[in-house]
Design a binder for this molecule. Structure first.
Ligand code: PLP
Length: 221
């Protein structure tokens, strides 16, 4: 069961702040997704390729699927036809695979580079040096079938709001830095995806313009 009133509140907060709301529907049934769709939501986030492949045929075709979880290179081919934005590009090897498949499929794929900002060892993501290399290569024309639309990051899972704020600020300043230095190469670089159920308001206040909210809207998983 979705929480319709909470959804409206989150949406209102996002809209007022100029942030895009991605409803994270991982593990949730298609009935719940459809209920939210009927309230106007079109962008849904999933963290597994398999779930997109299973849900997509059962739902309206104008849903925009966002892949927010780690993507293995061997799953790129299957998911590309259905994905509208990949938030979780966390290696150049993956970028190369997406480029090759996108070319074969005759598509341009929108992606975000996932930055490692959390202290936990488990979180995927690139560091600032790796991002520079990728952006230099992209500027040199290595990835004609990829549009680098911005950055994504996940803060440490902690009650310590100062820690989370520090990580958001770090990501925002990297984002601003790229805007300053690469904007001529990437006119479409304009998305900063940060913030989840527990920290989306803080994220927006620290400069996020895309939040990925799941449990707050769909209930606990
Ligand atoms: C699950 C997930 C979310 C949403 O988490 P909630 O706390 O349920 O809002 C956001 N981003 C990523 C990458 C996720 O895997």
């Amino acid at each position: 069961m979705i929480k319709a009133d909470v959804y409206q509140q989150v949406l209102k907060h996002c809209t007022n702040a100029g942030a895009v709301l991605v409803a994270v529907s991982k593990t949730k049934p298609v009935e719940d997704i459809l209920a939210l769709y009927q309230m106007g939501q079109r962008k849904f986030g999933e963290n597994k390729v398999q779930e997109i492949l299973e849900k997509q045929p059962l739902l309206p075709k104008d849903i925009q699927w966002h892949l927010i979880g780690h993507l293995q290179t061997n799953k790129v081919k299957q998911v590309l036809p259905y994905v509208s934005l990949i938030h979780s590009v966390d290696s150049e090897k993956l970028l190369v695979e997406i480029e090759n498949e996108a070319k074969k499929q005759g598509r341009t794929i929108n992606i975000l580079l996932q930055v490692k900002i959390a202290e936990e060892e488990t979180k995927f993501g690139l560091n600032a040096d790796e991002i520079s290399i990728i952006l230099d290569n992209a500027s040199a024309g290595f990835y004609p079938h990829i549009e680098i639309g911005g950055l994504m990051g996940m803060a440490t899972l902690t009650e310590d709001e100062n820690q989370v704020e520090k990580e958001f600020d770090q990501l925002k300043s990297l984002y601003d830095n790229i805007l300053e230095n690469y904007s001529m190469h990437f006119p479409e670089f304009n998305t900063l995806s940060m913030g989840m159920s527990g920290d989306y308001q803080l994220a927006i206040s620290r400069g996020s313009n895309m939040v990925r909210v799941g449990s707050l809207i769909f209930g606990e998983r």
